[in-house]
Write a protein of this length. Sequence first.
Length: 559
Amino acid sequence: METTGAQTLVETLARNGVTSIFGYPGASTLPIHDALSKSGIRHYLMRHEQAAAHAADGYARATGRIGVCLATSGPGATNLVTGIATAYMDSTPLLALTGQVRTKLLGSDAFQETDIIGITMPITKHSYLINDAAQIEATIEEAISIAESGRPGPVLVDLPFDVMAAKDVPQMKASTKRKEPSTNGWRKKDNGDHLKRIAQFLNTAEKPVIIVGGGVKLAHACTELSDLIKRAKIPFVSTMMGIGSVASPNGLNLGFIGTHGNELANHTIHRSDFILAIGVRFSDRSTAVVEEFAPFATIAQIDIDPTSISKNIDTDLAVIDDIRKALTELSPLMQETNRDEWLTRIQKKKDTLFRKDSSAGCGPAGDLIRQVQEALHGDATAVTDVGLNQIWTLRNWQARQPRTLLTPGGLGTMGFSVPAAFGAAVGTPDRSVVVFSGDGGLLMNIQELASVFHHNVPLKIVVFNNGNLGMIRQIQDLFYGSRFSDSNLGSHIDLVAIARGFGIEAERVLAEKPEAGIEKMRKSTGPFLLEAVVDSNNYVFPIVPPGRSNVEMIHEKMG
């Protein structure tokens, strides 16, 4: 039977466990779409290619499996760029498939020709241009392996039209399960000695702290880390990407660190004498002023990516290895240690900082988020956008299982939430998915409400509408003399009417009185948009001012 290049592509994807692709067609990808229509892989038609990349990203974050997006050549491919960069910054395994002009037209400035490999080179782990149909199977196999191995990330494969349309492509070899990528090549010979030294520090340090980064989830090492923390009774903090890796009800979870983090977490890091950072890259959002970060601590770092070691913060001990494997070896070396004095000091600091504000310094918006989680019985996946809504959610949503709090941390991409939640819902159909967005972020990809309705994906979408770019307004208010420039979006847009125009049930509430709207959302069996009107001065506190250290957080407007 005659086999085309596109059929070979699709069959190879299916053999490697791909069941869903998010994309948008164009002339150069029609052979692929034709092959998909005859396969067991479902293609989800999005309304913009950027959203397709975010949907694939959300799918991967929620499931731990590679996400796949597909776009045509030229503008279709370039529209993927923001989504690819988002996945790259947050180490999401992503396979981006792009159509391309015929091979004989490459370099001729043909219609919709773009050097997408050149454009995306800084934001991909690797890229391929397939110019021979015989290369399809091996290239896709290798691309998936690279995307998933080591520090995960996006890989792009460019697919010329004539290669996809080629006929009589050699039949694939017999179906075999792809081998899991090996990490042994990353290991240092002295890792064992370094793990023993880390254990010695943890066993003898008076004020140890573990920093949990996003790499823990990527390594599927949440259980191993939870076991180590419980065994050693060591308090821990999280980076923005590490939130939800470990859920601890015994007082060891101190919150997340950084500019918008928890004051207790920042102060504890500052006073610690030994820090074990796991899957952490020490971004500026976590450290603030590098020279004043953890000034009294010896720092050890475990990471699969050697380029993350001492990149931003000097590390005294480093283990370059698969995190899950390293934690499995480290845990038996831990001894039962009396940490009552250190934990008591932390509790006293917590009592000093405590304010009778259940919203964690987020006002009515924070209270609403807690009520939404309670209404959804706490087992939903939350997906944030960027801005105040992101920080409100990170401070108030209690992630009780790994991969149930998705946020664009590294690139900070507005418009991420709705399409990423779409992908998360496709990948985890047995779990409720709720979006927390601002009006600005929703407007970035509002066309995806059409995708949500068309595919009947039962997202619960909470939009905080303050008529402003809220985070920008807060920064201008606090640090630019209240000179509000280009941050006002206006309050004239009727988001409820727009949602209903897309076919989605919707309701408007005041953030202070959301109960009736939350109940309607809870009872809805399909997609639902809840517009929560928020005061434009509903900020988030405390916050680290620009150029200040993490322990110099402010609780109100200065001056």
